[in-house]
Design a protein around this ligand. Structure first.
Ligand SMILES: Nc1ncnc2c1ncn2[C@@H]1O[C@H](COP(=O)(O)OP(=O)(O)O)[C@@H](O)[C@H]1O
Ligand SMILES: [Mg+2]
Length: 241
């Protein structure tokens, strides 16, 4: 499935700040594209433009051969675009399963019965089945990360945007996140994954897009990205959160 997502000359400014600047890239179906770049590089804004949470000043977003640039966010979700948030906002007083059901029914537009079966499968995939009835607010950090992925997966996306889900986890836990993302891809989902953790970005993605000042600096194999002098330079002295 070539070219499931095409981002074509996207530009978005906030006042004097051009957060995304003439950005173009393409993602093939079933690919994992890593996106790296210093804080403020425009990674999250790019996700917001792909999901429709903000509109570009210029450029277009083509999903599955369709121009979705002016489509409302909930419609983009219905046709298969889902995301996680850098700052997750689960329904803390609801159970894990209930959180997923909200995603499946309201985000994915699934009838309740179908949503229930589908959510059980997502819980299994993300390792949350034992926590199915736990209150979301009581989860450990790793389980909260799993829940953030699971809530997005509950909408049954064909394109999943992951925004810094592995931050704060230890190496073994990052491996677990990596495993979930690999298995999601095995199911046919295309993944865009923003992450600062080098290990995650060298082991997960097929390709890595390097962003700086809203622009694409490099797009290619992860090992080449991290070998590039320019990439090393923009990371030097950049204290990431
Ligand atoms: N809603 C907004 N209003 C004003 N400025 C914003 C807004 N969203 C992002 N920015 C600015 O755009 C730039 C890119 O931000 P962002 O896309 O969040 O970067 P990243 O995710 O790569 O850290 C930053 O300078 C940020 O302050
Ligand atoms: Mg961000």
């Amino acid at each position: 499935m070539p070219g499931i997502l095409k981002v074509n000359r996207l530009t978005k400014s906030f006042g004097k700040v051009t957060a995304v600047h003439d950005l173009s890239f393409e993602v093939e179906g079933r690919e994992i594209l890593g996106i790296i770049g210093p804080n403020g590089a425009g990674k999250t804004t790019t996700f917001n433009l792909i999901t429709g949470e903000i509109r570009p000043d210029q450029g277009e977003v083509i999903f599955d051969g369709r121009d979705v640039t002016h489509l409302q966010t909930y419609r983009r979700c219905r046709i298969g675009i889902a995301r996680t948030y850098q700052i997750p906002k689960p329904f803390l007083n609801m159970t894990v399963l209930e959180n997923l059901l909200v995603g499946a029914v309201y985000g994915g537009g699934m009838p309740y019965r179908q949503a229930r079966d589908s959510c059980e499968a997502v819980l299994d995939k993300t390792g949350l089945l034992p926590k199915r009835d736990a209150i979301a607010g009581s989860l450990t950090l790793l389980d909260r990360k799993r829940l953030e992925l699971a809530r997005a997966l509950a909408t049954k996306p064909s394109l999943l945007l992951v925004d810094e889900v592995a931050g704060g986890l230890n190496e073994g836990e990052v491996e677990e996140v990596l495993e979930i993302i690999r298995s999601v891809r095995k199911d046919g989902v295309t993944v865009l994954w923003v992450e600062h953790i080098v290990m995650a970005m060298t082991k997960g993605p097929d390709k890595v897009l390097v962003m700086n000042f809203g622009k694409s600096l490099f797009c290619g194999r992860p090992e080449d990205a991290f070998r590039s002098q320019e990439v090393q330079r923009i990371y030097l002295g950049d204290e990431e959160d």
